[in-house]
Design a protein around this ligand. Structure first.
Ligand code: TXA
Ligand code: MG
Length: 321
């Protein structure tokens, strides 16, 4: 791990690291982020691996311009433009309908993406040098405190991150406020650096969507993606019973049962968990487009990213129990 001062040359070096698909921790005005190239699904999988998150929470894409915003999301409501004009760059994250270019692993399979333009020169310069949005959660291990200095990051992630850009301490110190705006309603998903009162002065009343049982993670609430098509774990008897239907097989590597399936997708030929994580949501979406009748998924070993993949698959399977 290298802790670098944020000279323009070091920011260039950091952007290169991101281009290679590696992780860089960087300062924002709220907390330090653990960044990856937001359009590279394998790079994004390393975020989950490094944070040891047992689930896939959708991530925020950090942008440096409205042009970049238009590349990744749809801006449909005038109210949203008013909020962005007023609060960007700054600690406001907006949930917007995503464009095709955004990898499914960034949004955990959702059709929406969280976006924010941070108010920090180092972060903005890094995004500019990369030329892509940076996907970044707070740069802490799962369940630990969010880091507001480079030292906090080093203490938790020193062995796991290639570069930490040291921008001193974060001046806001709490995470961004997360909102979702529809035609007739405004929702607050997470309170943060911008107060509701400030938001309401620009966009009218906000409803709190944050008071369910897991307050700190809207990503774990009802919004989770699950396929429309019945999905089950591999069960040889059940597969044979249904062999005259159109079966989709989501395999980790390969299987002797292949002959029963009309469509087969292999998460990783080489058995690589990063690749499997990067593919899992896209493959489920593809099965939906192919109109298979049922999906059978192979279980994956519960180690490293395997935990997060199995967590997500179990949630999908539970829906059809
Ligand atoms: O200030 C911040 O927001 C910091 C800095 C690094 O930008 N980032 C941060 O990221 O707090 P993270 O991953 O710790 O929190 C992002 C939150 C998660 O609770 C996630 O569930 C939610 O944003 N989120 C992301 N995409 C979403 C979506 N499409 N719909 C609803 N919630 C979403
Ligand atoms: Mg966090």
């Amino acid at each position: 791990m290298k802790q670098l001062s944020p000279t323009s040359n070091n920011i260039k070096i950091s952007a290169k690291e991101l281009k290679l698909g590696n992780l860089v921790a960087f300062p924002t005005e709220t907390v330090y982020g653990l960044g990856a190239d937001g359009l590279n699904p394998i790079a994004v999988s390393k975020i989950f691996e490094t944070k040891k998150r047992p689930t896939f929470n959708p991530l925020i894409l950090h942008i440096n311009s409205m042009q970049m915003l238009n590349k990744i999301a749809w801006l449909k409501e005038k109210k949203i433009e008013k909020l962005l004009d007023k609060f960007w760059p700054g600690p406001l994250t907006i949930i917007l309908p995503k464009k095709e270019i955004v990898p499914d692993i960034v949004t955990a399979g959702l059709e929406t993406v969280a976006v924010r333009m941070p108010n920090n020169k180092i972060a903005l310069q890094l995004i500019k040098e990369l030329g892509n949005p940076i996907a970044a959660p707070s740069a802490n291990s799962f369940g630990k405190l969010s880091p507001t200095t480079a030292e906090h990051v080093a203490k938790q992630l020193s062995e796991k991150v290639d570069i930490i850009l040291d921008g001193g301490s974060c001046n806001v110190g709490v995470e961004s406020t997360i909102v979702k705006i529809t035609k007739d309603k405004n929702y607050l998903l997470r309170p943060g650096g911008i107060s509701v009162e400030e938001l309401e002065s620009v966009a009218g009343k906000f409803e709190n969507l944050n008071n369910e049982n897991k307050p700190d993670s809207p990503g774990q609430l009802k919004i989770h993606y699950a396929p429309e098509i019945p999905i089950y774990f591999f069960d040889e008897e059940k597969i044979i019973e249904n062999r005259y239907k159109n079966l989709g097989g989501l395999f980790f590597r390969k299987s002797k049962l292949e002959k029963y399936f009309s469509s087969i997708k292999i998460l990783s030929q080489k058995g690589n968990l990063n690749e499997a994580a990067a593919n899992v949501f896209s493959f489920l979406h593809e099965f939906e487009n192919e109109n298979v009748d049922m999906i059978f998924v192979e279980t994956i070993e519960y180690s490293g990213l395997g935990n997060a993949i199995m967590d997500r698959l179990s949630k999908a399977v539970n829906k059809f129990r």
